[in-house]
Design a protein around this ligand. Structure first.
Ligand code: FAD
Length: 424
């Protein structure tokens, strides 16, 4: 049951899953496939989470479309899953086995008649920052969230819904799918268990003064690098530097940008070393002769992921520098000077690059929006709770991790939720 049908004011289910990234999708699907009614609530206009914005997955380097498409197929085939997008949990009452949840549905301003033809966007005169591409380009005010959007339906940025210019889009829609007067509403869901899978956001790189993000144009973050490398990204997949579109002859990856640092994120985000090495393969594919520099405290590639690290070490023009980058400055031609002290030899190395990528860590979204029921969070905001008392965490809402671990985690959460929902 997709979100193509209007949602009634009162709904029932066995399990409520909050967050429609790979973790939340996995929990909802696993529970539904054993016959439990699962309600998946996603705050954005489409499910898929941050995986959608990656160019390729490590370690296999396949596009995220593979994994997401398999899960979307399982969702489409399963009558026990109800997806509700643009929705947020306001309030929860009750106890394990018997919860009542107030869910706010925000207006999409586009109804289920939308065929995603795009005629509305063609005539739309208003532009907005593209959040999928971390503000590196624009979309129209009426837009399709991404090419794999589920539901495959346009949405209007709420700040422009009342703008007179949007009426042109209404006129252009031959299916009468645009309703500019849609209002928010609140529905009630009765469920037996609640799984919280609200995921992560990148650490705000502007807080790391010494690394120059926001000051120098050719310093980007790792999440932006995923988009710049993607065919659906702002440059159509061509890796060029932001200031002047110049091809990249030298690039620097700055590991632990803010991570493992008491002033920023004291913990390791577990995926950044692998993510940077993966991004180095994007560079190598486009620029066989490029010099790639990676500055690290120690490379973390647990288990079989070590194979990927070993493979990367065989690249003769991939230079690993032991030492945390202390300072980045801009040179006259827009290049960047990276300075780091080698922690083994004590020598200070200076490397000039065309472009630098800051490997920022993962911050749980629960830091900003704590679940509205009894939940224990660890000192960094990740869910650490005793699932018997309240919310069950899944995926990166519990710990920073890759997709494989998220999926294992989320599958375990489904089992716990089935157990708790059975106490009704
Ligand atoms: C630069 C980088 C590259 C990476 N590359 C890889 C890789 O190649 N391979 C790999 O295995 N892993 C990779 N990862 C890790 C991967 O992104 C995560 O493992 C994955 O996103 C975890 O999925 P999730 O569902 O837990 O969280 P998310 O992807 O963050 O999904 C959470 C969902 O919850 C929604 N949400 C948030 N708050 C609310 C709310 N209040 N109510 C309702 N919904 C809400 C969000 O909109 C989102 O859809 C990378 C990470 C980084 C930083």
């Amino acid at each position: 049951m997709a979100d193509y049908q209007p949602v009634p004011d009162q709904i029932r289910g066995d399990i409520l899953v909050v967050g429609g990234g790979i973790s939340g999708m996995t929990t909802a699907i696993e529970a539904a496939e054993v016959g439990k009614h699962s309600i998946l609530v996603e705050i954005k206009p489409s499910i898929g989470g941050r995986v959608i914005s990656t160019n390729q997955y490590f370690p296999k380097l396949c596009p995220p479309t593979c994994g997401i498409e398999i899960n979307l197929k399982r969702i489409r085939l399963n009558p026990f899953i109800r997806i509700i997008t643009l929705a947020e949990v306001l309030q929860v009452s009750g106890s394990p086995g018997n919860y009542e949840v107030q869910i706010k549905l925000n207006p999409r301003y586009v109804n289920e008649k939308c065929t995603a033809c795009g005629d509305c966007a063609t005539v739309c005169e208003i532009e907005r920052d593209n959040d999928l591409n971390y503000g590196l380009d624009k979309t129209k005010a009426i837009y399709l969230p991404h090419l794999m959007a589920y539901p495959m339906r346009y949405v209007i940025d709420p700040q422009f819904a009342k703008d007179e210019r949007m009426k042109k889009c209404v006129e252009a829609c031959q299916y009468k799918a645009i309703e500019l007067d849609m209002q928010p509403r609140t529905i009630t869901a009765k469920v037996g268990a609640i799984v919280w899978a609200t995921g992560w956001k990148p650490y705000d790189a502007t807080k790391i003064d010494n690394l120059g993000f926001g000051k120098y144009k050719n310093i980007i973050t790792n999440v932006m690098m995923e988009r710049i490398s993607s065919q659906t990204g702002p440059t159509g997949g061509k890796i060029v530097r932001p200031s002047d579109g110049k091809e990249v002859k030298t690039i620097g990856f700055v590991q632990c940008a803010g991570s493992r640092d008491e002033n920023h994120l004291p913990y390791c985000s577990a995926v950044c070393c692998l993510a940077s090495m993966k991004q180095a393969t994007y560079v190598r594919t486009q620029y066989p002769e490029a010099d790639i520099h990676l500055f690290y405290i120690d490379v973390r590639s647990p288990g079989r992921l070590e194979d990927f690290y070993v493979k990367m070490q065989a690249d003769q023009k991939f230079y690993f520098h032991r030492g945390k980058v202390a300072k980045i400055t801009e040179t006259a031609n827009g290049n960047l000077m990276l300075e780091a002290e080698n922690t083994l030899t004590g020598e200070v190395s200076k490397v000039e690059v065309d472009m630098a990528v800051l490997a920022v860590g993962m911050v749980p979204n629960t830091v900003d929006a704590k679940p509205p029921l009894e939940t224990t969070l660890d000192p960094y905001g990740f869910i650490a709770g005793d699932s018997d008392k309240g919310v069950i965490g899944a995926g990166t809402a519990m710990l920073p991790c890759d997709v494989a671990v998220s999926v294992q985690q989320a599958t375990g959460a489904a089992l716990k939720a089935i157990n708790i929902a059975g106490r009704r």
